[in-house]
Design a binder for this molecule. Structure first.
Ligand code: AN7
Length: 357
């Protein structure tokens, strides 16, 4: 019997807090591709299997859709008419889209001037009420927590436990796709919800013997926004990867537990390292993710090169968001390869081709 795919809640409803009567708010998120890298392992000169879980192919272009389908489904079930979040951009886009789908209101607090253009555009299109603050994500998060005590709004940041429930399905998909859990799972860490959710998913599957192993979790941060390396929250996070420009992660304890229970580690990478990884994925593999997402590959490449991740390993890197979200960084990355402009003339086209062969 053919079954039309209708999103991750339907697919994994046995492992999620929904009932037969729950009205599911979905945009058919999840079911994202696992793409095995073919050229980068060769460039590294290492015998490793690297798969990228391309979460940028979700309906709003990031992994946030996984948590948001659950959070908005539950908000609607509980009778909420409005949701609110603080965001570095992707959560706001997802909240806005799922609120539109549900027919409720979305309020989003974003740091003025510090979110990528595509995220701002889509959040406007989904018709959310955007509140820009003269402050960063962490300040927005504190304000959201306070205002929710004074207004009839449901918080849909990852402090809402339904968010992590939705996001854990990415780990299920990986195991269902590969037939086993990877040896290492690498991902960017900002507010630290995602690493916590993956670990929850892997643990559930291992406990139920769907897989025999659990991966070592590797959490990679931007050097200017690396509280897990500092060992404490930091005041003024700064990075070109604005999605992870976060100094006071809300899932602090859960992320440490994931690192410790899995035998994993945190590390940090400069903006330059992150941009190199983003460009390599695009130019050598045809996979265009946003800068924050490439932090996972920056980390994997370093740890593979050093042997910390040994040859023979199977590695999954989560690519959390789509490269199209941040066209300004992409154009900066390619400032030296500007398109040529020529006359609309056959000889001129021939010359342009021969010049660049
Ligand atoms: C592309 O949208 O926090 O460690 O407000 O957009 O689970 O926070 C975004 C986070 C990685 C970090 N990659 O994940 C927000 C927000 C991308 C992201 C992260 C984010 P978490």
């Amino acid at each position: 019997m053919h079954k039309h795919y209708t999103g991750l809640i339907e697919r994994y409803r046995d492992r999620l807090p929904v009932s037969a009567n729950t009205r599911i708010i979905s945009l058919n998120e999840g079911n994202t591709p696992m793409i095995q890298l073919q050229n980068i392992p060769r460039i590294l000169g290492k015998d490793v299997d690297i798969y990228v879980k391309f979460e940028g192919l979700n309906p709003t272009g990031s992994f946030k859709d996984r948590g948001m389908t659950m959070a908005v489904t539950k908000a609607v079930e509980e009778g909420s008419q409005a949701i609110i979040c603080a965001s570095t951009g992707n959560t706001s886009a997802a909240a806005a889209a799922y609120a539109a789908r549900a027919g409720i209101k979305a309020f989003v607090l974003i740091p003025d001037g510090k979110i990528a253009l595509g995220k701002l555009a889509q959040t406007l299109m989904y018709n959310a009420t955007i509140i820009q603050i003269n402050g960063n994500f962490d300040q927005g998060m504190e304000l959201v927590k306070k205002v929710a005590n004074h207004a009839p709004v449901t918080i849909v940041n990852s402090i809402n436990p339904f968010r992590l429930e939705g996001q854990k399905t990415a780990a299920f998909e990986i195991v269902d796709d590969l037939g086993f859990a990877p040896d290492y799972h690498c991902l960017p860490v900002g507010n630290a919800g995602n690493i916590s959710a993956y670990w929850k998913g892997y643990k559930e599957y291992a406990l139920d013997r769907v897989c025999g192993n659990r991966p070592i979790m590797c959490g990679y941060q931007a050097a200017g926004a690396a509280p897990f390396l500092a060992g404490h929250p930091i005041e003024n996070p700064e990075t070109i990867a604005t999605a992870i420009r976060i100094g006071n992660p809300q899932s602090w304890d859960l992320a440490w537990a994931a690192q410790q229970e899995s035998g994993g580690w945190f590390d940090k990478f400069t903006d330059a390292d992150i941009l190199v990884a983003q460009k390599m994925l695009s130019q050598y593999e045809g996979v265009f993710c946003e800068p924050a997402s490439a932090t996972s590959l920056a980390g994997a490449m370093q740890d593979i090169k050093s042997g910390k991740i040994p040859e023979g390993s199977k590695i999954v890197c989560t690519l959390t968001g789509n490269g199209i979200k941040d066209p300004e960084i992409a154009m900066q990355q390619c400032a030296d390869s500007k398109p040529v402009t020529i006359d609309a003339d056959l000889d001129a086209v021939k010359r342009a081709i021969l010049d660049s062969l």
